[in-house]
Unconditional design. Structure first.
Lengths: 282, 532
């Protein structure tokens, strides 16, 4: 099946905001992938200082200006996208399988399994994601990107459990599920081969929407000094470092902040488009 | 007619009210510092603690205004050595504490005993003192185990407290008959003779000081009636307040970018404050790999001092420092203006690293800077870049001051390197060198190196005991060189603070006060400042 010829994709392509979001996401992905070839000063990403060019406002050489140790902010924003996207992908790669598996088990097996899994999920859901992530990082050693990923993942899986649990409860009453059970299909088969594929539209939509949110939470943690550590370029950290110098050296914070806005907006618009395209509620 | 009378009456009332308000208007000076502010002089160690100590308490001696490093009597009227190990001090008559009690020799003895029994703050300065006794109500005798050259200078750090007030406010505590020595009482109030008294104090939020109208030295004609010190306020907030004339003196810890922006403001002056101290990266000498002198030398030779020098420029005309030639700096006995600055030599650095028993790739260096002092961060990042050049991995962390002072209490928790500025505790090289690099002083923010060098210990002890000035110069120059040779500390620059001052208090008297004293915290003397 050619997805570009489907009715759903036609619906997506007729939504200018979704297309705009998709363009943003594609551009950001390309920038992140080809950062070493696009950025003018890739060496500014590692341990580098150039005090002779510190705190320069935007000009033709440094289009986003330089930071307080002379590093090109444009270069660091582009590389910052890499960190943000890696964070989003890794977090969802951890959270989605855990959440989906727990949701399928709770929704399909039911009874005590449902009771235990969903109450655990409810406990996690009762704590705001950022607060939970902060607490988890506080329990770990010195903050770094890996710990941020672990912490955000721990805060994120319950949403997938809740989503898949609800979908499973609805799907398991369908006739083809009963037919599979009568034919002696295993629970594993039914959950992962019969139910899960029917959850995919909702799952994909939520993943797309969540990429933006995860990047935002990751940036918030970095803003608080709990994300990637120097000299790794991180958009949240860059915003935080410049915040105390606003409005004089406005370019320290403005461009990284704008970069976060763009990528989050892009994923949200695509997510909204997918929601309309699949006609699902997440 | 009646309307005319009414108009005149209103005018007279308005003029009278305005005149009374003007005549009795309280002048307030608002400033800020990094938390936490320690109000008890027996526990004071850092800059803001010293500011509180010098404004609220007096010592027996004071530093000569003008940066000569000379000493004047303060609560003392004079002193004489009756033997090489005995100092006799006579006290001034009629000096009153904030309580109204008269200061006498018993208060001096009590203050000394309190400081030493509590064993905190600047007690380490008086390790060679064997006893302090009152010969009569106006005479104190201090005996030392051996001749102690900086004894008189170190007395600047013995704040005299009001014995009767403290004893009247003593709670149960760990000091036997002395209970808690008034520790709880002095957490939030004062019992000194100083020019200001504490009326409100929260060590993390703010301190409010009120003028002591009975101060025995008096105040300058336009000194502030009230001083508000706010703690750990964001740089952007301080800048806004200064520009809006809602803040008079900023701390010296603002980011260079903010100072550069403030320089353009018509109602803010930037006063460069050169003082006998330095910015340095304190290497933890007991933690691997820096417990090996070769690893320390490698990082010392790899540190890019030329790059650092460029970071000192706040603007084209405001330069906050110069390349360092070691711990002895202008204004201190033994400083040699011709001594060459420390330079980078990456080949020698690699040769030293080859002699180090540790493999750099096995270590992640923990490099720290003080979170309240953002302009330290570039110096930590520079060290990170140079350490990585040598093959170390390195993390850079902004540590809040309170957390740093807590961590340095054990060498295991002290970072591999921390950017800190240290200014002399009193106008003598001993006041700068001994508390930082003598092995007995490890565990304070000043001694984050945990130095453990017997040769250096011997020199610092010799410098204390030697009374001949020329000999002391040789001793301290030798110590200076040893600290460099053994790479105990990485020196960044001699201390030049940039103090943004609102034009409401910017004048020759204020500038002369801020730049006129070398001792840490002595220069922010509110009674000597003038509000325009």
């Amino acid at each position: 099946m050619n997805i570009f010829k489907t009715k759903s994709f036609y619906k997506f392509s007729r939504n200018p905001l979704s297309v705009f979001g998709l363009i943003i996401v594609v551009i950001v992905l390309l920038l992140a992938i080809f950062a070493p070839y696009i950025t003018p000063f890739p060496e500014h990403v590692g341990p580098f200082t150039d005090f002779a060019n510190k705190s320069k406002p935007p000009d033709s050489t440094y289009i986003f200006g330089t930071d307080k140790i002379g590093r090109d902010i444009f270069t660091r924003c582009i590389y910052g996208y890499r960190i943000s996207l890696i964070l989003g992908v890794v977090v969802l790669s951890i959270a989605v399988p855990i959440g989906v598996t727990m949701g399928l088990c709770a929704g399909y097996i039911g009874k005590k399994t449902e009771l235990i899994l969903m109450r655990i999920t409810d406990i996690f859901l009762a704590i705001p994601a950022l607060v939970l992530a902060l607490s988890i990082i506080g329990l770990l050693d010195r903050p770094n990107l890996v710990y941020t990923m672990i912490a955000v993942s721990m805060a994120w899986w319950p949403w997938y459990t809740r989503l898949i649990y609800n979908l499973t409860r609805s799907i398991k009453t369908e006739g083809y599920i009963t037919a599979s059970e009568v034919m002696g299909a295993s629970k594993f088969h039914i959950m992962f081969w019969e139910i899960l594929p029917n959850c995919l539209p909702s799952l994909l939509t939520k993943i797309t929407l969540d990429l933006g949110f995860v990047i935002l939470v990751g940036s918030s943690l970095s803003f608080l000094g709990l994300g990637a550590q120097p000299p790794t370029p991180d958009l949240g950290t860059m915003v935080a470092k410049g915040a105390s110098m606003l409005p004089d050296t406005w370019w320290f914070s403005l461009f990284p902040g704008f970069a976060i806005l763009i990528v989050v907006l892009g994923f949200n618009l695509v997510g909204d488009g997918l929601k309309d395209m699949f006609d699902v509620d997440v | 007619m009646k309307i005319s009378y009414l108009f005149k009456l209103i005018t007279i009332l308005l003029v009278t009210t305005f005149s009374i308000n003007t005549a009795f208007a309280k002048t307030i000076l608002r400033t800020d510092e990094a938390a936490i502010g320690e109000a008890d002089p027996a526990k004071a160690t850092d800059y803001v603690d010293s500011v509180l100590m010098f404004n609220v308490y007096d010592a027996l001696v004071d530093e000569d205004r003008g940066g000569s490093g000379g000493l004047n009597p303060l609560l003392a009227s004079g002193w004489e050595y009756t033997s090489p190990t005995t100092l006799k001090i006579t006290l001034k008559d009629g000096v009153k504490f904030h309580s109204g009690n008269t200061m006498d020799a018993d208060d001096v003895v009590f203050s000394y005993n309190r400081l030493m029994d509590m064993g905190q703050g600047f007690s380490f300065l008086f390790g060679s003192v064997t006893d302090v006794k009152a010969l009569d109500s106006k005479t104190v005798e201090i005996n030392t185990a051996e001749p102690y050259a900086p004894l008189v200078a170190s007395l600047i750090r013995l704040a005299v407290v009001d014995k009767d007030t403290i004893q009247a406010n003593t709670a149960a505590g760990e000091y036997g008959d002395n209970g808690d020595y008034g520790e709880a009482y002095l957490l939030t109030t004062s019992a000194g003779t100083g020019a200001y008294k504490i009326v409100e104090h929260d060590p993390n939020v703010k301190t409010v000081l009120a003028k002591n109208d009975n101060y025995f030295q008096g105040h300058s004609a336009k000194s502030p009636d009230e001083v508000i010190i706010k703690y750990s306020v964001e740089a952007a907030t301080i800048k806004t307040l200064l520009v809006r004339n809602e803040h008079e003196i900023s701390s010296m810890w603002l980011p260079n970018e903010v100072v550069a922006a403030l320089e353009k403001e018509p109602n803010v002056d930037i006063i460069p404050i050169p003082r006998p101290g330095a910015w340095m990266n304190k290497l933890n000498n007991r933690k691997a790999p820096f417990d090996d002198v070769h690893c320390r030398r490698a990082i010392q030779l790899a540190y890019d001092y030329d790059a650092l020098e460029k970071s000192f420029a706040v603007t084209d005309t405001l330069i906050a420092g110069k390349k360092s030639s070691g711990p002895l700096i202008p204004g201190l006995l033994g400083y040699d203006a011709n001594k060459p600055a420390i330079e980078r030599d990456i080949d020698k650095a690699k040769a030293e690293l080859a002699k180090c028993k540790y493999n750099p790739s096995d270590y992640t260096l923990d490099l720290a800077w003080i979170a309240e002092v953002p302009y330290e961060e570039p110096w930590a990042l520079q060290l990170q870049a140079n350490a990585m050049e040598l093959g170390f991995d390195a993390t850079v962390t902004g540590l809040p001051w309170a957390k740093f002072t807590e961590q340095v209490a054990s060498w295991e928790n002290t970072p591999h390197a921390t950017v800190v500025s240290v200014v002399a505790n009193f106008p003598d090289p001993d006041g700068l060198l001994y508390p930082q690099w003598h092995s007995s002083t490890g565990g304070t923010w000043m001694s984050a190196e945990w130095a453990n060098d017997p040769e250096l210990d011997a020199l610092l002890e010799k410098g204390r005991a030697e009374t001949d000035a020329n000999e002391r110069i040789k001793i301290y120059q030798a110590a200076n060189q040893l600290i460099i040779d053994n790479a105990i500390t990485l020196f960044i620059t001699d201390f030049v603070g940039m103090q943004p001052v609102n034009t409401a208090v910017s004048n020759a008297q204020t500038a002369g006060t801020l730049t006129g004293y070398g001792t840490m915290g002595r220069n922010l003397s509110f009674r000597e400042l003038e509000i325009n």
